[in-house]
Write a protein that binds this ligand. Structure first.
Ligand SMILES: C[S@@+](CC[C@H](N)C(=O)[O-])C[C@H]1O[C@@H](n2cnc3c(N)ncnc32)[C@H](O)[C@@H]1O
Length: 335
């Protein structure tokens, strides 16, 4: 972006929310799914998705301005590599992520970022009248999109976790706050002798049972509707992907203590998070940290900070394994 004059760069930053909502609308209308079989005239797409053809043309043309969809002659649009990621249920899908991040649960707290900076606290309750995970529990459609969004992100790193960690001698893996069970499912597929447990809030687990049944893993993956601040099911390895970043240090230590209580000696906790580099070098983790400031009591942390949480919970810090995704794997062992 160096060649773009600063005011124009700033214009792009300031209007970035237009793009968020364009992606959200394209995703929730299912525009990319509509184009699965090939290019279509915008009037046909409008009929399929129940939209005004002129407005839809303007929105799809705006999407092409950021490289999403290709406009052919005669108001005809086709999918391209970027719009393919807005399709449902394809490898690399980001469709649910686009829906969830443009929907009220995330959007409204962000409107109050300045308040969060002044108070040092999440604005979720002020903006939504409830804390974020309560909101998802009482807004099932948006909650399902959020669970799907977590699946989109977990799918970016799941294969790397199963390559980096040998689970072949692990009896039981618990996906703590596992949402769509994406991570534990990848482990179970890669290691046929391992069994799994999904722990999440009751309403999340109910919906995920169908996904597990459809993927043929229901027999090998127990589901537990519960609260990780009260207890965590027993297992030999605890997976915590993007759990600790939701909570403050005290809350993290409480979750980790429950994990430690349910592990045997030699058992492991595997935390999958974006890591703030020790030298403060800018990275996407800093943006995710601002997201945590607004939405939840949590924050992104350095590896050293994770190490301190492990020690406070009676666990021994282990390896830090970077992946090709934005996430790293941070290990802790129950000695
Ligand atoms: C940021 S999401 C991460 C989901 C999943 N680990 C992943 O990365 O795909 C946090 C998850 O924690 C769950 N959760 C929140 N509070 C919880 C609690 N008290 N007990 C159990 N699960 C909880 C949410 O429902 C959500 O699925």
């Amino acid at each position: 972006m160096d060649h773009v004059p600063p005011p124009q760069q700033m214009f792009q930053h300031i209007t970035a929310y237009w793009v968020t909502q364009l992606m959200g609308t394209a995703a929730s209308l299912g525009l990319a799914d509509c184009l699965e079989a090939g290019p279509l005239k915008v009037a046909e797409i409008a009929t399929k998705v129940g939209a005004n053809a002129d407005a839809l043309y303007r929105v799809m043309r705006a999407c092409t301005a950021v490289g999403v969809f290709t406009e052919q002659t005669d108001k005809t649009f086709a999918n391209n590599a970027l719009s393919q990621t807005l399709r449902s249920n394809v490898p690399g899908s980001m469709r649910n992520f686009a829906i969830a991040l443009s929907a009220p649960g995330h959007w409204r707290p962000w409107e109050q970022l300045t308040e969060a900076v002044k108070s040092g606290k999440s604005t979720a309750h002020a903006a939504l009248g409830q804390e974020l995970f309560e909101w998802y529990g009482t807004h099932p459609e948006e909650g399902a999109a959020f669970t799907g969004a977590m699946h989109n992100l977990a799918a970016l790193v799941a294969a790397e976790v199963t390559q980096a960690i040998d689970f072949s001698s692990v009896g039981r893996v618990v996906d703590v706050g596992g949402a769509n069970a994406t991570l534990v499912s990848a482990v179970l597929r890669a290691f046929p002798n391992t069994r799994g447990v999904l722990l999440d809030l009751a309403h999340v687990v109910e919906a995920v049972k169908k996904t597990l049944a459809a993927s043929g893993l229901a027999e090998r993956c127990e589901t537990v509707g519960g609260d990780f601040f009260k207890a965590v099911p027993k297992g030999d390895v605890m997976l915590l992907k993007q759990i600790l970043h939701d909570w403050n240090d005290e809350q993290c230590v409480a979750i980790l203590r429950h994990c430690a209580e349910s592990l045997p000696r030699g058992g492991r906790v595997l935390v999958v998070e974006m890591i703030i580099s020790e030298d403060g070098k800018p990275s996407p983790a800093h943006l995710m940290d601002a997201n945590m400031l607004v939405l939840l009591p949590g924050k992104e942390r350095t590896a050293t900070e994770y190490g301190k949480l492990f020690s406070a919970a009676g666990l021994t810090p282990g390896r830090l394994l970077p992946t090709h995704s934005p996430f790293s794997i941070i290990e802790a062992i129950k000695a």
